[in-house]
Write a protein that binds this ligand. Structure first.
Ligand code: PMP
Length: 450
């Protein structure tokens, strides 16, 4: 594919960005954002004619790739018909999106509260749980990410919480099982599961069950490292929540809508939460949208008393029209099945084969189109390739790995000492193979630091 180049236009975009755009989570003078000219399917390109295969799906959200013509057309049609309308009205795109989502969410999660994104979905889920139970505390796992707003970042269990922690109200963190790195519980999955549940129950008892409104968990933690929990863990958490009257919130902002090879990751474990948050894949992020799927019992709490919360753009027609079209594309084109099949038959085997050949790959884990590689200095000791939360020079080996991937036409997802393989869920086998060849070359650069 030959791309048109326009370095001058790229330079102008970059100059305005550097002058005026304040970027998330960044030291503004130490970043160098790529000026992107366009994107299609699993690829995007810059103004200099460099094309990249996107193994990040944006921020793990373009589950059907960029610029899907059916979704673009649906947004255009909705814009022509009714671009916006206030949340208190019944609007076709909004009610249809809610119906399609409720049809796919597990159990009796049949009412949908729409938000603008994932973080505010978490905020509202917590508020619903607090009003429903009359309790205030929320339990949340370390090695988690729940969003950048105040409550959501306090619930987060990774370093992004640190700078905002002084405002944490009633948040208690606990350790969920993760055999590769935090084996302070046990050696085997079964023991680890039993002891992690014992630890969680002890935490609940000592915090005081009558003070705990909710327990929030990413069904499969995403940004923190795609740690697929052992099979018995989430059912055990569900039992503990039932025993102590605690609302179980599963955060599926990243894991939902096909990412794991199921519509929702909860389906992998046969667990039905009381509240489930979603965003990202619901409409592939074409227009910002998130939400909370609500159980019958919690919906009942707000049947005759008002829900104390709302958002100006709740259920925005453009975002909802994009969701209706995206869910339609996913169903018609077998996108969830594609993620499941290629995940099991192509991605898993290819990544394991890379792990065998490369001394820098300590562990491969994942499912569907949701995979992580742990990069290490030493496979035996599992010492990470870079220290936890490393920056600058200390992070040089991961920076070198990322640069090598990009040189080979692959845009990698890099977080701490990990690279995540999270391409669009409708990626093709050929695209995956192209990506693995580039990953192979980039891992050889990582190997130099082992
Ligand atoms: N929860 C999870 C599990 C997420 O991965 C994210 C975003 N990465 C969020 C919440 C926050 O979503 P948003 O950035 O859309 O607010």
């Amino acid at each position: 594919m030959t791309l048109e180049t326009d370095p001058q236009a790229g330079a102008a975009v970059k100059a305005a960005d550097r002058a005026h755009v304040f970027h998330s989570w960044s030291a503004q003078d130490l970043i160098d954002p790529l000026a992107v000219a366009g994107a299609q399917g699993s690829y995007f390109w810059d103004y200099d004619g460099n094309r990249y295969l996107d193994f990040t799906s944006g921020l793990v959200y373009t589950n059907i790739g960029y610029q899907h013509p059916k979704v673009v057309a649906a947004i255009q049609e909705q814009a022509a018909k009714l671009t916006t309308f206030a949340p208190a009205f019944a609007i076709e795109a909004r009610s249809e999106a809610a119906r399609l989502i409720a049809e796919r969410t597990p159990g009796d999660l049949d009412k949908i509260f729409f938000t603008n994104a994932g973080a505010d979905a978490v905020e509202h889920a917590v508020r619903m749980a607090r009003v429903h139970t009359g309790r205030t505390k929320v339990l949340s796992a370390y090695r988690s990410y729940h969003g950048g707003t105040q409550q959501a970042v306090n619930l987060t269990g990774d370093p992004r919480r640190w700078a905002s922690d002084s405002a944490a109200a009633g948040v208690v963190h606990f350790w969920a099982p993760f055999l590769y790195r935090t084996r302070f519980y046990a050696e085997t999955e079964e023991q680890e599961t039993a002891r992690a549940l014992e630890h969680l129950e002890t935490t609940i008892v000592f915090e005081g069950p009558a003070t705990i409104a909710a327990l929030i968990l990413e069904t499969i933690p995403g940004t923190a490292g795609i740690m697929v929990p052992p099979p018995g863990y989430l059912p055990g958490v569900r039992e503990l929540c039932d025993k102590y009257g605690i609302v179980l919130i599963l955060d599926e902002v990243m894991a939902g809508f096909g990412r794991t090879g199921e519509w929702f990751a909860a389906d992998l474990f046969g667990v039905v939460p009381d509240l489930m948050t979603f965003a990202k894949g619901v409409n592939s992020g074409y227009v910002p949208l998130g939400g909370v799927a609500i159980s019958g019992a919690i919906a009942e709490t707000f049947a005759k008393r008002p829900y104390p919360g709302g958002l100006t753009y709740s259920g925005h027609p453009l975002a909802c029209a994009a969701a209706v079209a995206t869910i339609g594309v996913m169903a018609e084109e077998g996108v969830v099945e594609n993620a499941k099949r290629l995940g099991a038959d192509v991605v898993g085997p290819a990544l394991r084969e890379l792990a065998e050949r490369h001394p820098s790959v300590g562990e491969v884990r994942g499912t569907g189109m949701f995979w992580a590689l742990e990069l290490v200095r030493n496979k035996e000791t599992r010492e990470p390739l870079v220290p936890y939360n490393a920056a600058g020079e200390a992070n040089a080996p991961m920076a070198a790995f990322a640069a090598a991937a990009k040189k080979n036409g692959l845009w990698p997802f890099v977080n701490m000492n990990r690279t995540h393989v999270v391409p669009p869920c409708n990626v093709t086998e050929e695209e995956l193979k192209e990506g693995f060849a580039a990953l192979d070359a980039a891992l050889s650069v990582a190997d130099e630091h082992t």
